[in-house]
Design a protein around this ligand. Structure first.
Ligand SMILES: *Cc1c(COP(=O)(O)O)cnc(C)c1O
Length: 497
């Protein structure tokens, strides 16, 4: 066994440039973890005092481990920060938690309990809200292809808003509402041509995507009109549609407020134009979600108050410039509320080390005529792309630590992989783990609250993991893990072949 200390280890040439060798492999980088997660006196990771080995014994692995207190605190901090920043502009902000990021009845109840509203995008998500008894007035329904059944359900539940995505859908919603003698409360989703991702945004006039009504000048059916303008005119002509306002959502995992600011300005310009042209006053403006979180140590999310103040400054000055009454603002964070509340607990199984060629010139030794090889450790865990498809879908980066103990061993460049029959089945592409990682160790991957369980699958007939919520030192299942019985439940059996 090598005895070099952590500090003497230099970065592997196989590691991406952003990944530093951690000074202390046992330390937790706080922005990636829920409050209440720390190592206990034995060096074992614990959440709200509950150690991970106890969680494994009681619930098995893989397991999603969520802090209820952290979820509630993050929900509240968005609500409080935006309310405070917008208090003197529009009396506060309506915060809709984006249910698609993670939704079950317990979470829906926390959302309602903290004074937030809930965004849904399917009949199934509405069913969760209905099960909890959330008032329809506090629900929104999204989607580019809502079924008639979903629109009817939204009207049955007296939804506060249906976010209409196209001219086609607007006509359908109006027709269904009129057939029932109901009024549909509608927001129009516009595409302002602003696309943001992490630190950059791009602005284009024309949109080439399935969502939303284009604001580009000639995008409508009549010459010179935009689809957005046609939709406003049409919506106000239907007696069974109450047009509340405009909506946009410019992307996800965004750190800089500039993209939100530009989108807000474009929508406020449009609001003023509609007022001037048609004398229509639209009382609401939704600026969507997309606030970024820390998946790795190089991600630096801003606190909600900072984002809220930046956005409030833009709305305030733009409304003053246009001389319009500021609309009531709403936002739709998903990932930024639930993402960091959760880590996934895995058990380590098979280990192997491969040696990878690195060309001499990549090492700055161009004169040398042979390649040098460097080791990469493959650490297999008992889940993978079925409980977290984001690395496969989006090349998403994650981080990991050994959770069941501390280690003084040297850092080794590692790749955490799942157990699926797919070579792309990667959980954490690049991370330094102690070189004494062994089968039976528990590994924790932070930041898996959003779009992991929600996107999980039964690939290779793996049972989807359960979700445990920890509160005040006690863990309880909020969604149980699947069993083999569940996996075979819908299989009609050989008698029907
Ligand atoms: C996905 C989505 C959100 C939430 O995005 P996050 O990145 O999770 O904050 C909000 N609004 C709409 C319309 C969405 O599609």
């Amino acid at each position: 066994m090598q005895s070099n200390t952590n500090n003497s280890t230099s970065a592997s040439p196989l590691a991406p440039g952003w990944l530093a060798v951690p000074e202390d492999l046992n330390a937790l980088h706080a922005p990636m973890w829920a409050a209440g997660v720390q190592r206990n006196d034995d060096g074992e990771l614990a959440i709200d005092g509950v150690p991970v080995r106890e969680l494994k014994e009681q619930f098995g692995t893989p397991l999603f481990v969520m802090s209820e207190g952290d979820f509630r605190a993050r929900a509240r901090s968005f609500k409080d920060a935006f309310d405070a920043a917008f208090a003197d502009i529009c009396g506060g902000v309506d915060v809709y938690y984006a249910g698609k990021s993670f939704l079950c009845t317990a979470v829906a109840a926390w959302v309602a309990g903290e004074g937030l509203r809930l965004d849904t995008c399917s009949g199934g998500e509405l069913a969760v809200a209905a099960r909890v008894g959330i008032d329809g007035a506090n629900l929104g329904l999204h989607g580019n292809n809502k079924s008639d059944a979903e629109i009817n359900r939204a009207l049955d539940m007296k939804l506060g808003r249906i976010v209409v995505d196209s001219l086609d859908e607007l006509e359908r919603v109006a027709k269904i509402a009129s057939g029932r003698g109901d009024t549909a409360k509608v927001m129009l989703r516009l595409t302002p041509g602003v696309h943001a991702h992490t630190h950059e945004f791009i602005a284009t006039a024309h949109e080439d995507q399935k969502f939303g009504l284009s604001m580009a000048e000639d995008s409508g059916e009549a010459a010179g009109l935009s689809a957005a303008e046609e939709a406003v005119a049409a919506a106000t002509s239907y007696s069974n549609v109450e047009l509340l306002g405009l909506h946009c959502h410019i992307g996800s995992q965004i750190f800089e407020p500039d993209g939100f600011a530009l989108a807000a300005e474009k929508l406020l310009d449009f609001l003023a134009e509609m007022r001037a042209k048609y004398s229509i006053v639209l009382p609401e403006l939704d600026l969507g979600g997309g606030y970024g979180i820390a998946y790795t140590p190089v991600d630096t999310p801003r606190p909600p108050a900072e984002i809220a103040q930046a956005m409030a400054a833009v709305v305030r000055s733009k409304c003053a410039e246009l001389d319009i009454t500021p609309p009531r603002i709403s936002i739709e964070p998903g990932r930024a509320i639930v993402g960091t509340t959760t880590f996934t607990l895995y058990e380590v199984g098979t280990l192997k080390t491969v040696r990878v060629d690195v060309p001499a010139d990549a090492l700055g030794e161009a004169g040398r005529d042979h390649n040098v090889t460097f080791p990469r450790r493959y650490v297999s865990v008992d889940g993978g792309m079925s409980d977290n498809p984001r690395p496969v879908l989006y090349d998403a980066d994650y981080s990991a630590i050994v959770a069941s103990r501390t280690s003084d061993a040297a850092p080794q460049l590692s790749r955490v992989v799942g157990k699926h029959c797919e070579s792309g089945d990667i959980v954490v592409r690049d991370v330094y783990l102690p070189e004494d990682v062994a089968a039976g160790d528990l590994l924790a991957v932070p930041g898996t609250g959003a779009y992991c369980w929600a996107l999980s699958s039964n690939y290779n007939y793996l049972a989807r993991p359960g979700v445990v919520a920890v509160r005040n030192g006690a863990a309880r299942l909020i969604v149980r893990g699947e069993t083999e019985e569940d996996l075979l439940n819908r299989d009609m059996g050989v008698a029907n072949v």
